[in-house]
Write a protein that binds this ligand. Sequence first.
Ligand SMILES: [Zn+2]
Length: 124
Amino acid sequence: MGFEFNENVIEHFENPRNVGEIPDADVIETVGSPVCGDMLTLYIKLKDDKIEDIKFKTYGCGAAIATSSLFTELVKGKTVEEALKVTSDVVVEAIGGLPEKKVHCSLLAPDAFKQAIEKYRAKQ
Ligand SMILES: [Zn+2]
């Protein structure tokens, strides 16, 4: 891919977790990154203020796919407040680091999540 990705990144890129749609999602949010042209849509199902299920679809680069995959694994089953603390820094650290030029790709999932929760709360 032209970048030095570590094996965790490659593993998540090759076998991304929680890819797809949730037909009865409570909230759906799409964000884009102008730098790579990455696009990400998050589907979130909430129950008693917990992330019961979360899925994503992305037209993104390898780093976007890998970090979004890891993000969904990290937040699934957590409360909304706990999940909001999973920032891109947390994701990058958990995946073992990203090349500098690709760090912005790890913002997609946390940004989409934060916006989704704001949208969800505004509706309540
Ligand atoms: Zn990217």
